[in-house]
Design a protein around this ligand. Structure first.
Ligand SMILES: [Mn+2]
Length: 337
């Protein structure tokens, strides 16, 4: 069954949050600044309003995002599993599939606890999900700001930092906006509280470790561009990380370089997945072209201009097929192919 609200939030959703005695917040595996910042803000605001809230994620908070959790409220599953006792509502932030929140969501489900979602990614038909999904929001952070406003739970300085960090991350430093004026209104409201955005911007956009910069160089030297110049892609095998103190999550940092090439309308990156033989495919496009359907056709998800999926085996075949569909998408939008 599917039961979803957008904004304005429907009463059944708000009333369920207000009635909860103890809420567990989760986010997707490989957590990012949007999921983390949103859940930190929600947790701090709720606690200040007297609500019992814990954060338990499948994965730990990555070192690169430690600044977004100054009070260390984010727990990984191993450390936080016992704090799930007594929880009567689970909320997944920045994703809407139980499978993407993994063990904490599965544990709550197994205990008969409702697991709902707060997300801004499009939901495929027939997906079983309950909660708030608002695809016209730039980020879960922006949506979380409106939700806390509706609940009347005030943001302190650390909660404001979480929301601003979430928004800046998902919009690429306020470049990719959706409900454009509203995104900027929320950012302005946060700055009005006295929040200093400079350390956040520096942490997100000017704190790249040296080894990661070397990795970007390696990836950039391997970028391929289609003959017509409309599609660019990079394949990043595990070997490319050799000798560098970087995690796999650093690979995605090269995406702005791939999609940022003049004339390129759509870009793809292929990187090793968690399972053997698995490849993660990330897709991006500029305004005139949409690529979300290409990820969805492979069981993935995302937005019209930013999406991803996983594929198994035969890498060359998958690259060829994905690039073929990307070329069809750019041709459909009027770019020569
Ligand atoms: Mn997001």
């Amino acid at each position: 069954m599917q039961r979803l609200t957008k904004t304005p939030f429907e009463p059944w959703f708000i009333e369920r949050l207000q009635a909860a005695r103890k809420i567990a917040l989760m986010t997707h595996v490989d957590p990012d600044a949007d999921g983390l910042g949103s859940q930190v803000a929600f947790c701090l605001a709720a606690r200040q309003a007297g609500v019992d809230v814990v954060i338990v994620n499948e994965d730990p908070c990555p070192e690169r995002y430690a600044w977004i959790d100054p009070r260390n409220v984010v727990q990984r599953f191993e450390d936080g599993v016992s704090s799930l006792d007594g929880v009567d509502l689970g909320l997944i932030f920045d994703a809407h599939e139980i499978s993407r929140a993994r063990r904490p969501a599965e544990a709550l489900r197994a205990a008969g606890v409702d697991v709902w979602v707060v997300d801004h990614h499009a939901v495929a038909p027939h997906t079983e999900v309950t909660g708030c999904v608002a695809t016209d929001f730039s980020s879960t952070g922006e949506l979380c700001f409106r939700l806390l406003e509706r609940l009347g739970w005030a943001l302190d300085a650390d909660a404001a930092l979480g929301i601003y960090g979430a928004m800046s991350f998902d919009t690429g430093s306020f470049r990719f906006l959706r409900n454009q004026p509203n995104t900027m209104r929320v950012a302005a409201a946060l700055l009005d509280t006295g929040l200093d955005a400079n350390p956040i911007q520096e942490a997100l956009w000017a704190s790249r470790p040296f080894d990661e910069t070397v990795l970007l160089g390696r990836i950039c030297s391997q970028i391929q561009v289609s003959d017509d110049g409309s599609v660019a892609w990079a394949v990043v095998p595990e070997e490319m990380l050799e000798g560098l103190a970087v995690g796999r999550d650093a690979i995605g940092e090269a995406m702005p370089m791939v999609i940022g090439i003049a004339g390129v309308q759509a870009a793809a990156m292929f990187k090793p997945g968690r399972a053997p033989g698995q490849w993660k495919v990330s897709l991006r496009s500029k305004t005139a072209v949409t690529i979300g359907h290409i990820a969805q056709g492979r069981g993935g998800g995302g937005h019209a201009h930013a999406a991803g999926c996983s594929v198994q085996g035969d890498l060359d075949g998958h690259v060829q097929a994905v690039i073929g569909e990307m070329l069809a998408a750019t041709a459909k939008a009027g770019f020569a192919s």
